[in-house]
Structure formats: structure tokens, C-alpha cells
Design a protein around this ligand. Sequence first.
Ligand SMILES: [Zn+2]
Length: 83
Amino acid sequence: MPVYDYRAKNPEAACAYCRDRFEAVRSLTQEPLRTCPYCGAEVVKLISAPAIGRSKSKLDDRAKAAGFHKLKRVDQGAFEKLY
Ligand SMILES: [Zn+2]
């Protein structure tokens, strides 16, 4: 299920849980969260940054999917094929 980031609309009237940023798992059939489950303060959904390109493994996955091979140099002139 997707995880969304939420934050209190008005941090002044928010509790410690929702003041900064919290994650909430919502199924696709559920309405987006509108209020903090703890204090009931109004919350807004944050747009999460796309995960693509953030991690090395994702980059490897994309290279692999594109048909590239990754070689690790293990010795002078010797390469180990990682995939
Ligand atoms: Zn709260």
C-alpha cells in the first residue's frame, strides 16, 4: 500500500506527531487523510520527491533493464561480471 507524507496545515495548532511530518499508509480506496489521527488538526499531503535516481540500486536496475552489463574490476585486466 502506498505511503504518503502528511504535515499539519497549521503547525501552531498541531501536536508533536503531526507538527513536522508523518507518514500514513493509505490504501487506494481510502480517502486521503484530512485530519491528524491523534489531535484532529487539519493536515495536508506532501508531494514526495520521486524515488528514481535517488539510490544506487535503482540506477543499477535501470541499467540492467536497458540491457547494460555491469563489470566490476577485480584485478589488473580482470573483470567480474555482476550481471
Ligand atoms: Zn496531530
